[in-house]
Design a protein around this ligand. Structure first.
Ligand SMILES: Nc1ncnc2c1ncn2[C@@H]1O[C@H](COP(=O)(O)OP(=O)(O)OP(=O)(O)O)[C@@H](O)[C@H]1O
Ligand SMILES: [Mg+2]
Length: 269
């Protein structure tokens, strides 16, 4: 089993959009995928979950003796499960048990492995301190979404230095790759920044696939679904995440032969 977090110093760069869409693509490709929402503001996947009864989630797991089975929610796609953020306010009344967070994150990942999960994708809140530090340090890989904007050339080195510090602290996390997000394909400045970043950074550090800024992503995230499920027929941009999933599989060595015959084409009725 492989654990992949997404993280960024800045908010609103497309982490959650990435997680929801990538997790869906990976599940459709046959991998048992668990999407975990560690962002207290997050509402990842609740609209995908088959049951809205339980609202317990990651924060409940973190602060109590609950098991993964208590907080995991199935979706209509058998390969895709979700751990929502849960009851952050109720759980945090006694303060965030930061000292204990690394152990609970490790417990969660171990339990996922025992349930034959192939890949855990963890969405995080913006920033790399506090709980997000514990989450990222507990993962094998991190994906860094980066908006194609003028200050990107400065924020990427900062992010890489922070991750290098995590490794110096003993964490095994490595960068899966940087993902260019919200690229405005009709905007010369955005395209120029994207080009310059690709020139500046080694190719192995960047996903070949980038994600354009499109209204359909905005609409899909407002409804809490992957863009592939927005309409009856998936729009062409849904394929971008299939492409990204294929690239990620290669980068992290998720290549085991699997039986795809049972994969469903849609989560929705
Ligand atoms: N490729 C895209 N095209 C258009 N809108 C997008 C795209 N990606 C994300 N968005 C929109 O931008 C906003 C921020 O995206 P998202 O929530 O994925 O970012 P985030 O990094 O998770 O934010 P936060 O740090 O607040 O958790 C959302 O409204 C989302 O719908
Ligand atoms: Mg988010």
């Amino acid at each position: 089993m492989i654990a992949v977090a997404t993280a960024s110093q800045k908010g609103g760069v497309g982490k959650t959009t990435l997680c929801v869409n990538l997790a869906y693509s990976l599940a459709k490709r046959g991998w048992n995928t668990l999407l975990v929402d560690t962002d207290p503001q997050g509402a990842v996947g609740l609209s995908l979950a088959r049951s809205t009864r339980e609202k317990r989630g990651f924060y409940d797991f973190l602060t109590s003796g609950l098991t993964l089975a208590d907080v995991i929610l199935p979706t209509r796609l058998p390969e895709f499960s979700i751990v929502p953020a849960g009851q952050y306010d109720a759980c945090m009344r006694n303060g965030l048990p930061l000292d204990d967070a690394p152990r609970r994150v490790a417990d969660l990942l171990r339990s996922a492995e025992l349930r034959n999960v192939d890949l855990v994708l963890l969405d995080t809140a913006a920033g790399l301190s506090g709980l997000t530090e514990a989450v990222v340090k507990g993962c094998d890989y991190v994906i860094i979404p980066q908006q194609a904007e003028p200050l990107a050339a400065r924020s990427i080195p900062h992010m890489l230095e922070t991750l290098a510090r995590f490794r110096a602290d003993g964490a095994a996390v490595t960068v899966a790759a940087i993902l260019l997000t919200m690229v405005m394909t009709d905007h010369e400045m955005s395209l120029k920044v994207a080009r310059e970043l690709r020139e500046m950074l080694p190719p192995e550090l960047m996903f070949k696939q980038s994600i354009p800024r499109l209204n359909s992503f905005l609409e899909a995230s407002a409804r809490g679904v992957p863009v592939a499920l927005l309409k009856h027929n998936p729009p062409p941009e849904a394929l971008l995440f299939d492409q990204l999933a294929a690239e990620l599989e290669e980068r992290i060595g998720l290549t085991r032969e699997r039986d795809f015959s049972h994969v469903h084409s849609s989560l929705m009725d």
